[in-house]
Ligand binder design. Structure first.
Ligand code: AQP
Length: 327
């Protein structure tokens, strides 16, 4: 199977991105042909600082490598360096209904969040995402739950295109994990943990220092109860922390409930902070390593770009031909 996924460099990569998406990539890598991109063109749709963008892009690549993505097995590349993504975005736009784009939850939420920046890119985001996926004849796309709607849109665009121009695209499937598909904010546990949240206490980044991790976990919002139990409706805060604990420790939630029976929230949070400090150490170490050796990061990306370009160029020819364009 061919697997494709990406993360946008819109902010600091957090444990939600890791548990919902990046961690799945590592398991897919064992038996599949995988392509992982830093989808930088997507991040241009919200306000950003151009002088900080490159650093954010490199940080995502370091996170991929530290998580266990092996550049000898999988392709790692930066989206904007393979021009076919932007080109296909345009071609797919002619089979994409505007009415469907306007229905997208992410578009509505981001338009509300940035009322002075409701740009066409924000509306067209799902078309570019479809281009990313369809360009590589992708079978499976591992993503968190928030991207399920966009994946459906990709499938719709592919079907529309195939109906009009012949059987050009594979119809990809989303892979959404059963647990960790939606990690919630630490400060407002009924809201998704998000990179672009203005409050840095709402998320734990993969590169946070031990002190930051401890502070954020200890101040995470919980209810006034005493019992450490999983009940997302009544106890969203503690349930979210249990989910995070369970995934990082590879322990089922019911075993954790037993383990922490009779213990208070403070004790549980201290344990969780220690666990995260230990599990995220690899990200801090790799970042330090690559700071000293930026050249090897560039080499990995160069190789990835070349491999992605070969696949994208070949596919583009086929797509353009099917549309009657001169190639
Ligand atoms: N809270 C989350 N829980 C589980 N999975 C999540 N993902 C995002 N948030 C959570 C998954 O992470 C991958 C990368 O996301 P993205 O960079 O494409 O952007 P996003 O989905 O919009 O994620 P953010 O963190 O909320 O970023 P901003 O704030 O910039 O919009 C995706 O697979 C996503 O599902």
């Amino acid at each position: 199977m061919r697997v494709f996924s990406g993360i946008q460099p819109s902010g600091k990569i957090h444990i939600g991105n890791y548990l919902g998406s990046l961690m799945q990539w590592v398991s897919f890598q064992e038996k599949n042909e995988c392509i992982f991109s830093v989808v930088d063109l997507h991040s241009l749709t919200v306000p950003y600082n151009p002088s900080l963008l490159e650093e954010k892009i490199f940080e995502k690549v370091i996170a991929y490598l530290a998580a266990g993505i092996n550049p000898k097995k999988s392709i790692i590349f930066i989206q904007s360096q393979v021009k076919e993504h932007a080109e296909l975005n345009w071609l797919l736009s002619v089979v994409t209904p505007v009415s469907e784009l306007k229905r997208m939850t992410q578009y509505k939420e981001k338009a509300k969040k940035y009322p002075k920046n409701i740009n066409a890119g924000l509306l067209n985001y799902p078309i570019l995402m479809a281009a990313d996926i369809l360009l590589y004849d992708t079978d499976v796309v591992p993503v968190g739950e928030d991207q399920a709607q966009h994946l459906e849109m990709t499938r719709l665009i592919a079907r529309n295109f195939n109906k009009r121009f012949g059987n050009v695209f594979k119809i990809p499937k989303a892979f959404i994990p059963k647990t960790g598909e939606k990690i919630m904010s630490l400060t407002e546990p009924t809201k998704k943990m998000s990179k672009s949240d203005k409050n840095p206490k709402s998320y734990i980044t993969l590169f946070d220092s031990p002190e930051e991790i401890k502070k954020k976990i200890m101040s995470a919002q919980t209810d006034s109860g005493l019992k450490i139990e999983y009940n997302p409706k009544l106890k969203p805060g503690i349930s979210n922390l249990l989910t995070i604990y369970s995934l990082f420790s590879e322990t089922p939630i019911n075993r954790l409930e037993k383990k922490f029976e009779g213990k208070n929230y403070k004790f549980f949070k201290e344990n969780l902070a220690d666990l995260l400090i230990e599990k995220l150490a690899i990200f801090r170490e790799e970042k330090k390593k690559f700071k000293k050796d930026g050249g090897s990061l560039k080499r990995i990306l160069d190789e990835g770009r070349k491999k992605a370009q070969v696949i994208a160029f070949k596919k583009m020819k086929k797509i353009k031909k099917s549309m009657g364009l001169t190639i």
